[in-house]
Design a protein around this ligand. Structure first.
Ligand SMILES: Nc1ncnc2c1ncn2[C@@H]1O[C@H](COP(=O)(O)OP(=O)(O)OP(=O)(O)O)[C@@H](O)[C@H]1O
Ligand SMILES: [Mg+2]
Length: 166
């Protein structure tokens, strides 16, 4: 899989479909610096940042540090909690999502609920990886961008489809 670490990649799929397992594999293959925003403590400790709280302010502070540092591949699991669909992005989320490339910062964004993920994040994703999903809301949402999204309901467990927009 050709994933650029200065671009945004989004992984979406239902609970237990294999997203985090694939993310581990992708992160292992990255040559540069990796950091995971890891509230669930699911990733290796040496590449993880464990937030003290679930607040947007903490998330924004974390991204500010990433922004200042640059040259970083940042993984956000359960991303719909931080890049919220109906809210505007926090200051440094917006900076990284829109212009992270200029500081050589890429994002690996993982979500169970693609319809609840911020639209800008999804819209600016260079690569989108879909695992099995069933919720009509999510299928309908994806159908706006990719026809035949219903096929995702028929996909085998742990299988995924990769779309690259470039
Ligand atoms: N390709 C695979 N083959 C076999 N088992 C797998 C595969 N991918 C993941 N699994 C197993 O399925 C379970 C769920 O995987 P994983 O945690 O990656 O899913 P997830 O999509 O991140 O789930 P969640 O939405 O709950 O975060 C794990 O026990 C994992 O070991
Ligand atoms: Mg997971």
């Amino acid at each position: 899989m050709d994933i650029r670490t200065n671009a945004i990649t989004t992984i979406a799929g239902m609970r237990g479909s294999g997203k985090t397992t694939l993310a581990h594999r992708i992160l292992k293959g990255v040559k540069g610096q990796v950091i995971v925003y890891d509230p669930m403590h699911e990733y290796p400790e040496d590449i993880s940042y464990w937030p003290m709280s679930d607040s947007q302010a903490d998330f924004n502070n974390f991204l500010e540090t990433c922004w200042d540092r640059g040259n970083l591949y940042v993984c956000i699991d359960e991303a719909e909690r931080y890049f919220k669909g109906k809210k505007s992005l926090t200051e440094f989320a917006a900076k990284i999502v829109n212009t992270g490339r200029h500081r050589n910062i890429g994002l690996l964004v993982i979500t169970r609920r693609i319809a609840e993920l911020n639209k800008t994040v999804f819209g600016l994703s260079e690569t989108v990886i879909f695992f099995q999903m069933f919720l009509p809301n999510d299928i309908k949402y994806i159908n706006e961008f990719f026809p035949d999204a219903e096929l995702l309901q028929k996909m085998k467990k742990y299988k995924h489809k990769v779309f690259t927009m470039r």
